[in-house]
Write a protein that binds this ligand. Structure first.
Ligand SMILES: [Zn+2]
Length: 590
């Protein structure tokens, strides 16, 4: 499945980057831009600018830049589709997925097909044991059908026999439905009640299986695959949204049977975290679809530990507009047993008596040590420092700083500012270091930024004759590409041009130009464009000549040799001299 590019343009058009970033980080307007502390590096003073007209952010220190999609992907560590989902839901739109003829992997297709096989099996004689089990737990046929429950029959290759002829070995291996031993392939799930795990698009990406009768383990989950990551999916989310697209609240529980029992009893907005700790990705996903999130835990020690883990993972992406709270069940109960024994009203009452995120968080700080002693209070404060530092939302951070200062009776703000930012607050992998390409000299970079700045402010300059000096020269192709976008559509939004630039380095230079605060008159823009083009072309020439000279003097390094090679290769036409040089350059091995 894929998302039409017209839809991506639409949500970028309808959403506002100032709103998207502003909900997560404190923004302050200064000049043409909004400014904030950059969450992607250890920022001391606001170095990230957000521009509303251009729908673009740029950090002047670490060069992080892009549109709302880029921001969310880095800030909440989301993949592309999840970032689109987040923005779409913030403007009340449903993502229109389209079928793509060629899927990268058939894992989802196999899982979907397995789901149908399991479902049919549950209805057949083979599934009678599982049906009996469901009945004993009070689950109706209607509920079982709603969640697409199934049964994996006995036998080592029941499923494999049905699917192996239709799919390649690789697809079978990628599906997570089979295991291999001594080069033989077996069904991963056997004699189990099957719970399909669907992604937000409704595709089956994995399964949970509960053993029927005795045996270990009681629950078995699909392994992580290319299309399934347990830190990202929530069982029941697709189903809850199927019933209600504008959910007010979501309840996170631990197990499949909790979700299903709650549904059976009329609480139809529960999701399960699939037996893993609640991750930042889970929280990000939950915040996208509901403004009230309840997380239910067992009241025992393990439950409190799990709740604390969820707190730690949620801190970096906390927002004022989403309320997270916890409910702790009395010992010996899980949501399944609780609602079956006490009913829906009692369960809803439990939700009303929730413990707010901040209350739970602060109570943990108070438990660190004896707050009646100076030692205890400083220990508690010390414990809180990295946690508070991981909060990116400045308003909430300030509120916590105040509160902890009062609890520990000290100047907590001073402790915070003397500590470096917790690296956890900047999730996601770093982008690959920008390589200094051939055109990497400072002068050339400045010239490129100048050319971009002029064009961004006056797109009609893209048609100016000044560009002729770089035509027919492949090494300026990246500039010509940007120029062409403006020629073809002078109205084009600069953030869309940014999106389409392939080279990371050029992208950054374009970002720098986008955020430029200089206001050019058209005349100035034109002369700036001319000067920069001239200086850039000259600079390029010089570099090539310097390299050639080095080569002739035999002072050239292997990196420079490759650079010179590329200079020549990028030329549209090669002279006799170029050809000879190229031959000589390539005959040398590093
Ligand atoms: Zn930065």
């Amino acid at each position: 499945m894929s998302i039409p590019s017209s839809f991506i343009d639409q949500i970028l058009d309808q959403s506002d980057i100032v709103d998207i970033i502003g909900r997560r980080i404190q923004l302050n307007k200064k000049g043409q831009n909004f400014w904030c502390l950059c969450p992607f590096h250890d920022d001391k003073k606001p170095s990230m600018a957000v521009n509303q007209d251009k729908q673009f952010f740029y950090c002047f220190v670490c060069n992080a830049s892009g549109n709302s999609i880029h921001f969310l992907r880095r800030y909440e560590n989301l993949d592309f589709v999840d970032a689109i989902e987040t923005i779409a839901s913030s403007v009340g739109l449903e993502v229109p997925y389209t079928k793509q003829p060629v899927e990268e992997t058939k894992a989802k297709e196999i899982n979907d097909e397995a789901n149908t096989i399991y479902k049919n099996c549950l209805k057949s004689n083979d599934g009678s044991k599982a049906v009996k089990y469901l009945k004993s737990r009070g689950i109706s046929g209607e509920t079982a059908a709603f969640f697409n429950l199934g049964y994996a029959q006995e036998g080592w290759t029941s499923l494999y026999d049905k699917l192996s002829s239709k799919y390649s070995k690789q697809d079978i291996a990628d599906s997570g439905l089979f295991s291999t031993k001594d080069q033989k392939t077996f069904d991963f799930f056997r004699e189990r009640l099957m719970f399909p795990i669907r992604n937000i698009r409704g595709q089956c990406v994995a399964f949970g299986g509960r053993i029927i009768g005795d045996g270990e383990p009681k629950y078995l989950n699909s392994p992580e695959t290319k299309t399934y990551s347990k830190s990202n999916e929530l069982f029941g989310l697709y189903e809850a949204r199927k019933l209600n697209k504008s959910l007010d609240s979501l309840i996170v529980v631990e197990g499949y049977m909790d979700v299903i029992a709650l549904h059976q009893n009329g609480v139809k907005n529960a999701v399960a975290s699939l037996g893993t700790a609640i991750t930042g990705k889970h929280v990000s996903k939950l915040m996208r679809y509901a403004k009230n999130i309840y997380v239910a835990f067992d009241g025992d020690l393990a439950g409190r530990k799990a709740a604390w883990k969820a707190v730690e993972n949620a801190l970096p992406i906390l927002r004022e507009d989403v309320k997270i709270s916890f409910i702790f069940l009395e010992e010996g109960h899980d949501p399944d047993s609780f609602i079956n024994e006490k009913g829906k009203e009692a369960f809803l009452k439990l939700l009303d008596n929730n413990i707010s995120f901040s209350k739970f968080f602060l109570s943990k700080i108070k438990e660190v040590d004896d707050l009646e002693t100076i030692e205890g209070r400083s220990k508690a404060a010390k414990f809180a420092v990295p946690l508070i530092n991981s909060i990116n939302n400045e308003t909430l951070k300030q509120a916590y700083i105040e509160e902890i200062g009062t609890i520990c009776r000290l100047d907590f703000a001073a402790l915070i500012s003397s500590n470096i930012k917790n690296p956890r607050s900047a999730p996601i992998q770093d982008e690959p270091a920008v390589q200094q390409e051939n055109n990497g000299s400072l002068l050339a970079r400045k010239a490129i930024v100048g050319i971009f700045t002029a064009m961004i402010q006056y797109p009609e300059l893209a048609k100016d004759k000044a560009f002729e000096s770089i035509h027919n020269n492949e090494k300026f192709l990246f500039l010509l590409e940007v120029q062409n976008k403006y020629i073809n559509n002078p109205e084009i939004n600069a953030s869309i041009v940014f999106e389409q630039i392939k080279s990371e380095q050029i992208k950054r230079l374009f970002g720098e130009a986008l955020m430029s605060e200089i206001d050019l008159t058209q005349t100035n823009a034109l002369s700036m464009l001319k000067d920069c083009l001239h200086s850039f072309v000259k600079n390029q020439k010089d570099r090539e000549e310097i390299l050639k000279e080095k080569y002739n003097m035999q002072h050239i390094s292997s990196a420079e040799r490759r650079e010179l090679q590329q200079f020549i290769l990028k030329k549209a036409e090669l002279s006799e001299e170029d050809r000879d040089l190229l031959k000589n350059l390539s005959s040398k091995r590093d």
